[in-house]
Design a protein around this ligand. Structure first.
Ligand code: PLP
Length: 571
């Protein structure tokens, strides 16, 4: 088997890191790093502007990447590809332009409905939601014609286990459907959607099929003409390439019709104060100096994928089957979308013990401490989590640079974390006095009866601090379940957090779905509830956590989340 790992310098620099988050971004092989360095050190000039030799050479290399990408996804010509800074920008560009076509009653836009799958990434939901709001508002102001229907976004959902019945998708498409926006591969479930069938059905009803291919291209072969979609977008950084580069593919008819999204240099044919003319596609979508070095680096990533395509797929399949086999032996693990037979090497799971959820965030802390990098949460697919009634999942996403021993270590640490949380939860569920030394030591129980902060001064090391924070959670003045409502919800935290000020007692109550966060809240509330309103306003809660030796054990996102809580305590 090809040793992919040795091609990725990241792993030389972090031999201890087990990286299971390739769906967030992939690591970069040496050839990509070399191409970017070469571009910066040797072939640096702007593209398309000057005809001197260096600029012409760089322009040629830059345009060659467009051709290579067109070949990778089997687009009819390089002109069908336009560059963006990512999949998100490509989707926004297409959605903006389609909104304009709708307003202009262009024949490509027929109908009043945009269908999206509930599991779409926010990048493939929000542009459509915005389109609908924008066009409805404009029409409300400008047309008296009451027969024009409002646009709407409708959704098709998987079942509660995360499995799609694709007949539901085909049946949802009708003559009133203007377009369906669908991921080729779901970043939250890992399933590969049958784009060819979806676009065929869409076209039968004169609807467009716009595909978000962001999670597909590093894993499976893509032929946009066989898929039959009208547009397809992706991001270089999920394909072993650099960040800041993405692309959109569109059919001739679509790209020809779409108006520019931004205007400026590069994309013009002629400019004067009386009238200006723009270039044809793809250049009309590429105002300003593009990410030239990024595109050249992406070119090397495309070559890497082309060269290793079969080995990447074989390696990922072997790793993924091994992962699934290992996970199937852990009774607390439930994998979402397990009936989907076509999947990439990505698996989203929830953890439960005796029908109660185990907090993914607490598991994440355990894994993070063992240098295992993966993602928990909503994965930018909040509507899916709302539909599945989950506050998030634990997602493992593999790439060919992972190894069997990565999986072994992940499984062993996951089992440890689960065991640890089960013990902790059990200790929570019985009264502290009756906890025997097998579950949690007497010293631990006593420690929570003492003021929480006092416990931290003497503690050293992450393990001990972590444990003490978990123990502190038991002392949190808890907000009851029926008060965990929108008005007490603190936005911007990693997990759902609610904080309520109780004016009668001049004190706070709070709750969070993660035990660690409950512990941190307990420490903060212990202090806040001991201070007067005026003292709270002046007290530096962030510094307090630092002095207790806690802050440097927290991730930046957790610190950011806590700062929102602190803002409420100090208000
Ligand atoms: N679509 C999917 C399915 C994704 O997974 C992501 C990123 O995670 C995006 C779109 C957005 O990609 P980017 O942030 O590179 O624009």
């Amino acid at each position: 088997m090809h040793d992919f790992r040795q091609e990725f310098p990241f792993f030389n620099n972090h031999p201890e890191c087990i990286y299971l988050d390739s769906a967030a971004t992939t690591h970069k092989p040496q050839c990509v790093i070399d191409a970017i360095t070469h571009a910066q050190e040797i072939s640096n000039a702007n593209v398309h502007r000057s005809s001197y030799h260096l600029a012409a050479t760089v322009t040629e290399q830059y345009e060659l990447v467009r051709t290579r990408l067109a070949q990778l996804i089997h687009a009819p010509a390089s002109q069908n590809i336009f560059w963006t800074k990512g999949a998100t920008e490509a989707l926004n560009l297409i959605a903006y332009g389609l909104g304009e076509l709708c307003l202009a009653q262009h024949p490509l836009w027929q109908g009043n409905e945009i269908i999206v799958l509930t599991s779409e990434h926010h990048a493939n939901i929000l542009p459509w939601q915005q389109l609908v709001q924008r066009i409805n508002q404009i029409r409300l102001k400008t047309t008296q014609d009451k027969s024009i229907k409002k646009l709407r976004v409708t959704t098709v959902s998987p079942d509660m286990q995360g499995n799609y019945q694709y007949d539901d998708v085909y049946d949802a498409i009708t003559d009133d459907t203007a377009l369906i926006a669908v991921a080729h591969v779901s970043n939250a479930l890992g399933c590969i959607h049958p784009i060819d069938l979806i676009s065929r059905k869409a076209h039968q009803h004169k609807a467009l099929c716009i595909v978000d291919g962001t999670q597909a291209l590093a894993h499976i072969s893509v032929d946009v003409q066989t898929l039959g979609c009208d547009a397809y977008v992706g991001s270089s950084h999920k394909m072993f390439g650099p960040t800041g580069v993405g692309f959109g593919y569109g059919t001739y008819e679509l790209l020809n019709a779409l108006p520019p999204y931004q205007v400026g240099g590069e994309m013009i044919e002629y400019v004067s104060f009386s009238a200006s003319r723009f270039q044809s596609f793809p250049y009309k979508f590429e105002a300003g100096t593009p990410n030239i070095h990024g595109v050249l680096g992406f070119g090397a990533a495309i070559d890497f994928i082309e060269t290793h395509r079969d080995e990447i797929q074989t390696t990922e399949n072997q790793l993924f089957n091994y992962l699934l086999m290992q996970l199937s032996q852990i009774t607390q693990v439930r994998i979402l979308g397990q009936d989907n037979t076509h999947k990439i090497s990505l698996c989203s799971m929830v953890l439960t013990h005796q029908h109660k959820p185990l907090s993914h965030y607490d598991v994440l802390r355990w894994l993070d401490n063992a240098n295992i990098a993966l993602r928990v949460g909503h994965h930018c697919a909040m509507p899916l989590m709302q539909h599945l009634q989950l506050d998030g999942t634990l997602r493992v996403s593999l790439s060919a640079y992972n190894t069997m021993s990565d999986i072994d270590r992940f499984i062993a640490t996951l089992k440890d974390a689960i065991q640890h949380l089960i013990v902790e939860n059990h200790a929570d569920s019985i009264h502290a006095d009756s906890i025997d030394g097998v579950i949690v030591s007497e010293h631990d129980v006593k420690s929570v009866l003492l003021p929480l902060a006092r416990q931290f001064g003497v503690l050293q090391g992450y393990e001990n601090i972590f444990r003490q924070i978990m123990l502190s959670s038991k002392a949190l003045p808890q907000l009851s379940a029926d008060e965990q409502i929108e008005s007490y919800h603190v936005a911007g935290c990693e997990v759902d957090v609610w904080v309520k000020y109780v004016s009668q007692s001049d004190s706070f109550e709070a709750f969070a779905n993660s035990k660690i966060i409950r512990g941190l809240l307990a420490i903060l509330l212990e202090k806040a509830n001991a201070l007067s309103h005026q003292q709270r306003a002046q007290f530096d809660f962030a510094q307090y956590l630092t002095e207790l030796g806690i802050t440097h054990h927290l991730s930046q996102s957790r610190v950011n989340g806590l700062s929102r809580v602190i803002a409420q305590l100090s208000a």
